[in-house]
Write a new protein. Structure first.
Length: 278
């Protein structure tokens, strides 16, 4: 969905400096770093997202940034998480393709889902994708736990950033998104573009991810991945048609085509992959 904001080295900002440093890579928003904070345009969903961040941090989920309110320019403020992000860089660095980081991401997703399980805002809440009430079987998902939205320090997962797409969803749908992005379950062209010289052993990496998350019932999981890709595709097309320039830019960069390729790949090989999970 939303593309990344690349963080810059800690040395780039002097302690106590008020300098604004653009965090490159953002498509849907203009994002800057000011000292040890990150600032981006606020919106109708900001209050809900900050409530979410406070809740999961209070539950011990320390990979989320700390919400710090609104600045004098009306921008939301969260804490800066030092480390490295990949931004728009292609191909992905080797660490992003490592089994160890894949396992860490699976474990972190499970930790987040446990932390958010009792976050139950009442009534319709104005999330970025529209006002919605939380269904009985739903949680508030991050919705974009992808390689471009994590912070890494020396091979370790240090943070998950860009929470503005948070909103209602299911644990299974979120895990399906993580599998699509991290295994990865893209089609051949996008997989090569991301830096895989040969197709990864997707079944093995998918098992690693699901084991790390702790998913026992894997029935129909590849169908859930296809459903999640189609969901993202529909949102991108709808928001672009509504005039959202960020989503229009993503379509121009070929993201819908990439999702179409992934759906075709899963139509051909999803059944075999599903068999290898059981």
């Amino acid at each position: 969905m939303e593309r990344p904001t690349r963080q810059v080295p800690e040395s780039s900002v002097r302690a106590g400096s008020d300098s604004e440093i653009p965090l490159v890579g953002g498509t849907l928003n203009s994002i800057v770093r000011v000292g040890n904070t990150v600032r981006r345009p606020s919106g109708s969903s900001t209050q809900a997202v900050h409530s979410l961040l406070r809740h999961v941090r209070d539950r011990g989920f320390d990979l989320a940034p700390e919400p710090l309110g609104i600045d004098e320019h009306g921008r939301e403020v969260v804490s800066y998480i030092p480390g490295t992000t990949i931004g728009w860089s292609l191909p992905w660095p080797e660490i992003i393709r490592s089994d160890d980081l894949l396992t860490q991401v699976g474990e972190a997703t499970a930790r987040y889902h446990r932390a958010v399980a009792d976050f139950r805002p009442a009534g319709k809440v104005p999330w970025q994708t529209g006002a919605a009430a939380l269904g009985e079987s739903e949680i508030v998902c991050h919705h974009d736990i992808a390689p471009y939205n994590v912070v890494i320090i020396e091979g370790r997962l240090a943070g998950i950033i860009d929470w503005d797409l948070a909103g209602p969803g299911t644990c299974r749908s979120e895990l399906a998104f993580v599998a699509w992005q991290w295994v990865p379950l893209h089609g051949p062209f996008v997989t090569r573009l991301l830096g895989w010289p040969a197709p990864p052993d997707r079944a093995r990496r998918l098992r690693l991810l699901l084991d790390a998350y702790g998913l026992d019932d894997r029935t129909g999981f590849l169908d859930a991945v296809a459903d999640r890709i189609a969901y993202n595709r529909n949102i991108m097309i709808r928001r672009a048609a509504e005039g959202n320039q960020g989503y229009q830019a993503l379509i121009e960069k070929g993201h819908v085509g990439g999702m179409d390729e992934a759906l075709g790949f899963l139509a051909e090989q999803g059944g075999q992959l599903q068999h290898q999970l059981l």
